[in-house]
Design a protein around this ligand. Sequence first.
Ligand SMILES: [Zn+2]
Length: 155
Amino acid sequence: MERYFWHLSAAQKDGMACLVCGADFLKERITSVPVGRSPDDESQVFACSEPCARRIADEAEQMAHELRTVAGAPESGDGVDGAGRDDPVFCVDGHFGSLLRDLRTLAGTEALLTTSDDLATIRFLLAMTARHAEAAMMRARLVLARTEQTGDGGE
Ligand SMILES: [Zn+2]
């Protein structure tokens, strides 16, 4: 497994202690399993097979679920012009609605970024941030331009 674990004690980095509960594998008779690597030197790090490794797996599944939710829900067709030029700007399916979905996605990625310490996950989140931030910028400009035309707002 190639997940990285940060903020480990020396014993945890050396694989001598559980990186979840901190149990000392030298003193206690605990079955440990490798669950990832230390980013410092790529050495394997371990957790008690029960319940700590299971907890890590559960968390990973939970995170994968959240990622799928965040990645899948908004932005299916994409394309800023795809919504159609005659759509009302502020209707749910219009640019404003799409903009809100992008912003919600960005808020979701922010929440995940603050809790992720897995490089692959972080890179995935950053790619998603870049995509949705760009889409949000374009949609915001479209809404600005549209509202300026109708005289309702703007600069
Ligand atoms: Zn443990």
